[in-house]
Design a protein around this ligand. Structure first.
Ligand SMILES: [Zn+2]
Length: 217
């Protein structure tokens, strides 16, 4: 199967991508992994991407697209793949569609992990990070024995700026703005499938798997 996974920050996308890909015995292909592989492998594209990242700039679409094309051309992706982090926008979605058509194939389904903003805030704003060892705790889901102190090393816990409610809400707004057109693009293509991404991790995977079965043929 050829699957794209989308979902807001805090939806557990990385975890679900891993589980779903392993259930389907297809490679999980994330743009983060592709970037790292190209940079550490010293490819021309990796060198280009690194120049942008080192300057703090976004890697341009054409560089990302070229890396995705290389990765999707590898043998393990011939029978299927799960894409995580690509496409990010409608132009990338159109490029992906053309690319797959050249390979004589097309996407089967786009899974959209659906979580309410308030739930994302609840998940992310409870995170506390240890200043000394970097371990991440959660006030509700994984609290340390003593408030404000890391069980692992005794270090002081603090809330990263990224985990502050106002930062999370801003990221969610940006995400919705950028992703809404992508969601409608795939809805128009008739391959969009929403998955309720609340509750235990295993239940979410099960929901995703039954959604995928409906698109299997
Ligand atoms: Zn610690």
């Amino acid at each position: 199967m050829r699957v794209v996974l989308v979902g807001p920050p805090g939806a557990g996308k990385g975890t679900q991508a891993q589980f779903i890909a392993s259930h389907l015995s297809i490679p999980k292909i994330s743009t983060g992994d592709i970037f790292r592989a190209n940079v550490s492998g010293g490819t021309e594209l990796g060198r280009l991407a690194k120049e942008y990242m080192d300057r703090g700039d976004l890697v341009p679409d054409e560089v990302t697209v070229a890396m995705v094309r290389d990765r999707l051309s590898e043998d393990d992706a011939k029978e299927g793949f799960l894409l995580d982090g690509f496409p990010r926008n409608v132009p990338q979605a159109e490029v992906l569609k053309k690319m797959l058509a050249e390979f004589g194939t097309s996407l089967d389904v786009v899974l959209n992990l659906v979580v309410e903003d308030d739930e994302v805030v609840r998940r992310l704003a409870g995170r506390r990070t240890c200043r000394s060892c970097g371990k991440v705790w959660h006030l509700v889901f994984d609290p340390p024995a003593t408030e404000g102190v890391c069980d692992a090393c005794g270090g002081e816990l603090f809330q990263r700026d990224d985990d502050r409610e106002e930062t999370i809400r801003r990221r969610l707004e940006v995400y919705q703005e950028q992703t809404a057109p992508l969601i409608s693009f795939y809805a128009d293509e008739g391959i969009l499938q929403g998955v309720d991404a609340t509750g235990p991790v295993e239940e979410i995977t099960q929901r995703a798997m039954s959604a995928l079965r409906r698109f299997a043929d």
